[in-house]
Design a protein around this ligand. Structure first.
Ligand code: SAM
Ligand code: SF4
Length: 452
């Protein structure tokens, strides 16, 4: 561990899991920049490697241990002069086990303690022993993270809420991220302004339960997500807003109406439903029915007819019968998704469903295959339906080939056009000419930077 030359420290961060981890990794780099750490693309020769982990499914934590084995070899090759830190939800949930299984790890830090990284690193240097910090401090890390942050680009993430009080039967989040906590609106607005000054034009607000947001407003009152979105939309230069991940029970009428009244808010919503069977939704402790989800989708389509949806599904939760799975398939066919994520249920230690009788792996696999085939058909149909349309695209930079510019549609689909310049940060009308499975090709129509 080289402490002598603070200007030349190389930091490599590996990020697993959700967008909130991507945001946290960027903020950890911001915290470490004043100590002389700058990001490098590879762990070879790095002074510090952070593995920012995800605990949501079993394979996620297994991936951590195999990656750690490779880092141990690099650390040995560097004569031990490489600090290895594990952060994120695996650190929070399995910190002690992790240090037993991988004693060469120097630092284990839970998601609420990232602002303490400099102090924790100093402790490792002083003690030459592994250090673990998985406390849930009373003050949130947001009160302590530095104001100065490296630019994220035209499209950026901003965490506004963390934790979850809902305790779904299958989920580790309430245990690894703690209770629901919302940042004060003023600090979010200030961070958004800084991002826009650095060139950001689209912000995705992040939270494990983002639409449960209830933060203190600058007027001293409680602000909900709709109120916050409306205040953010007033920032000059900020053209697009999104928010993820939402829970159906927190889709209030004021938030639904924001999709009608707030022009910066994109007509695209990630709304996980998990199952189409009320029996399974009850077993999951979701506290909403399949019809509640149908009503929310219908209401959003009523106020914003071009609204499109994505969702998450869990297949094979304990107790799921063929009839329950058929109800999920029916809901999927009826709703029509632009995109959706689906997973086999993975028992997570310490969660209520892990102790129940499990569904056979072959049954889960067959159901997941059928669901994913339908979701793929829907995604292809959604993309194909854009061919021939003229739609605003926010450009983020050059395409992969010379003479191309790349950007995002209203529905976050990657779009590529031939263009003389990168058009970075500008919005232009594009006529979509071709749909690939995960991107669209188009022709630039307007040469003028327009409002979305
Ligand atoms: N808060 C969001 C909600 O209420 O749906 C979800 C957040 S969770 C981090 C992301 C997704 O991971 C969930 O929507 C769920 O589909 C999936 N997931 C969570 N626990 C899981 C488990 N034990 N097995 C399989 N998938 C799981
Ligand atoms: Fe996990 Fe989302 Fe349920 Fe909270 S609401 S327990 S984050 S799935």
């Amino acid at each position: 561990m080289n402490e002598t030359d603070p200007k030349r420290r190389k930091l490599h961060i590996v990020t697993h899991g959700c967008q909130m981890n991507v945001y946290d990794s960027a903020r950890m780099a911001d915290v470490l920049a004043p100590l002389g750490y700058s990001a490098v693309d590879s762990p070879e020769g790095a002074d510090m490697v952070i593995m920012n982990t995800c605990h949501i499914r079993e394979r996620a934590s297994e991936k951590v241990f195999s990656a750690l084995g490779r880092l141990r070899d690099l650390k040995n090759a560097a004569g031990g002069e490489m600090m290895i830190a594990v952060t994120g939800c695996v650190a929070q949930a399995e910190g002690d086990i992790l240090l037993k299984r991988a004693p060469y790890v120097d630092l284990v830090v839970g998601p609420q303690a990232y602002h303490r990284l400099p102090e924790l690193i100093a402790r490792v240097h002083r003690s030459r022993q592994s250090v673990i910090d998985t406390e849930f401090p009373a003050e949130t890390k947001f009160d302590h993270l530095p104001d100065q942050a490296a630019p994220q680009g035209v499209i950026a993430n901003l965490t506004i809420q963390e934790g979850c009080d809902k305790f779904c039967s299958f989920c580790v989040v309430p245990y690894t991220r703690g209770a629901e906590a919302s940042r004060p609106a003023a600090s979010i607005i200030a961070e958004a302004r800084r991002m826009v000054a650095q060139g950001t034009r689209e912000i995705a607000l992040l939270g494990q339960n983002v639409n449960a947001y209830h933060g203190e407003g600058p007027d001293g009152r409680d602000w909900d997500l709709a109120r916050l979105l409306n205040a953010l939309a007033e920032i000059e230069g900020l053209r697009r807003l999104r928010y993820t991940t939402s829970h159906p029970n927190d889709m209030t009428e004021s938030l639904i109406l924001a999709h009608r009244d707030n022009p910066a808010l994109m007509p695209f919503l990630h709304l996980p439903v998990q199952s189409g069977s009320d029996k399974i939704l009850t077993a999951m402790n979701r506290k909403h029915t399949a019809d509640d989800f149908r009503r929310i989708v219908a209401r959003l389509r009523e106020v914003r007819p071009d609204m499109a949806f994505t969702s998450d599904f869990i297949i094979g939760h304990p107790g799921e019968t063929d009839a329950d799975f058929a109800a999920t398939m029916a809901l999927v066919r009826e709703t029509g998704f632009a995109l959706a994520y689906s997973f086999n249920y993975s028992p997570r230690p310490g969660t209520p469903a892990a102790g129940l009788k499990q569904i056979e792996a072959a049954v889960k696999d067959a159901r997941l295959y059928e669901l994913q085939a339908e979701l793929r058909r829907q995604q292809d149909a959604f993309n194909a339906a854009t061919v021939g349309l003229t739609t605003p695209v926010l450009f983020t930079g050059r395409g992969r080939h010379p003479g191309q510019a790349a950007g995002r549609s209203l529905y976050a689909q990657p779009v590529v056009v031939d263009a003389p310049a990168a058009l970075t940060g500008e919005i232009h009308e594009v006529n979509i000419t071709h749909a690939n499975p995960n991107s669209l090709l188009g022709r630039l129509i307007s040469k003028e930077n327009i409002a979305a």
